[in-house]
Design a protein around this ligand. Structure first.
Ligand SMILES: Nc1ncnc2c1ncn2[C@@H]1O[C@H](COP(=O)(O)OP(=O)(O)O)[C@@H](O)[C@H]1O
Ligand SMILES: [Mg+2]
Length: 150
């Protein structure tokens, strides 16, 4: 397992990290990404307020999404047709809940880029090669430790 730890000191820095990662991922689209067997899936993990949505906002900004990205806590899933970008919040869900809306088809489409907040709750239905991004924070602090694992 490879692991990378990044520290951020503000929401701005966490957004920037999202942007940078989106840039890296988009570089492989149309090239190396063609060899993938599944969608590109990022599992965003960590407590409420740790920065999962903030990171996703930066990611979406790089993709060119103009609308404000919010946690899809109630809608569960939001599909942005620009770049097949899909934002999921699994907070209230279990793996079996995903059977009802054709999740397998979303995962199979290698053009899809799927960011799953609380991905650890549904890890058995995420592709094995998903990138895990773990957000850690302390109360009343703007510092975040963001750990990426492949
Ligand atoms: N370094 C940081 N990275 C991300 N968010 C931060 C940071 N410092 C402060 N914040 C604040 O913490 C909150 C993170 O919320 P959010 O991204 O919605 O978390 P989550 O989706 O994990 O519940 C936001 O209000 C954001 O402004
Ligand atoms: Mg959130």
């Amino acid at each position: 397992m490879e692991q990378l730890e990044i520290f951020t000191k503000s929401d701005k820095e966490t957004k920037k990290l999202g942007e940078l990662l989106a840039k890296e991922i988009m570089k492989s689209f149309g090239g190396a990404q063609d060899k993938l067997k599944t969608a590109t899936v990022l599992s965003l993990e960590g407590d409420l307020g740790a920065g999962k949505t903030t990171f996703t906002q930066g990611f979406g900004k790089f993709l060119g999404i103009k609308e404000r990205i919010q946690s899809p806590t109630f809608t569960i899933m939001k599909i942005y047709h620009l770049h097949n970008f899909i934002h999921v919040d699994a907070y209230r869900l279990k793996s079996k809940d995903f059977k009802v809306f054709g999740w397998r088809e979303f995962i199979k489409n290698k053009n899809n880029i799927i960011l799953v907040e609380w991905g650890d709750k549904i890890k058995n239905i995420l592709p094995k090669n998903s990138l895990r991004i773990i957000f850690k924070h302390r109360k009343n602090s703007n510092e975040r430790i963001i750990i990426m694992r492949v």
